[in-house]
Design a protein around this ligand. Sequence first.
Ligand code: HSE
Length: 307
Amino acid sequence: MEEIKIFAPATVANLSCGFDVLGCCLDNVGDEMLIRKNDLQEIRITKITGQELPLETDKNVAGVAVKALLNKLKRHQGFDIEIYKKIKSGSGIGSSAASSAGAVFAVNKLLGTPFTAQELIPFAMEGERLASGNAHADNVAPALLGGFSLVKSYEPLEILKLPAPAELRMVILHPRIEVNTRDSRGIIRQNISLQKAINQWGNLAAFISGLYTEDYNLLGRSLKDEIVEPVRSILIPYFDELRKISIQKGALGFGISGSGPSVFAMCRGQEKAEAVKKAIHEFYQEKEIEFDLHLSKIGNEGVKILK
Ligand code: HSE
């Protein structure tokens, strides 16, 4: 195999109750990448469309992630990487994670699959370290594994794949203001009260239980965040109104996607999700902010081979 084309999915990290430990994969929102072997023993980012991003290998998340993988294998195979960005950087739906996860997935396939999807996660995390200064796994893990992922611990790295109830739908609004993950991590308080921690771990545990028991209402009731959301939501225009509209139209819950500015409304069933999407559209189109709006199932596969 000399060349592979893949779909690299967008992801929603944190999901309110699981800052830095919980995330899920979207099914129909993502980038495409074409990766082929070269004879130069060099990793080259040969093309990027859709976004202004660095072509220098060491400044590009895909380049850095692939280098980490090859270093581990002690291989000198070269690759040319073409990235067709559809996910906007700074949108909060895992743009850098899609490129990092997509690149290591593709290179792994072209090398005959020396690593499992789980084993690819640390390499993709190096891309996140470059992008945000922190090697968090809550976007790259669901991008590689599909469904929902839980980071049980960072040291040692232990990640669990969780089931995705079939009727779940995510409505994602991306107000086109750029929020840099590095900056939006910088504004979070480093210490929290015991009471807040108790509330948060109760919700996270209940959310995980809801995934296994397919208790949609419990999932919705668990989408709460007293720690990060109060600070980050200030950066998101009309956050409170969007939540109100989504819940009124029947969403199970609502929150910030990753580090924002995207927000998500989690819904049960396509019909409810369409109604929520329509209401958000009607509300936001009157504001003077450009936006993108998506409706997606949970992607169970993660990165997909296109050809
Ligand atoms: N958990 C990370 C954060 C996700 O919230 O900073 C970034 O997409």
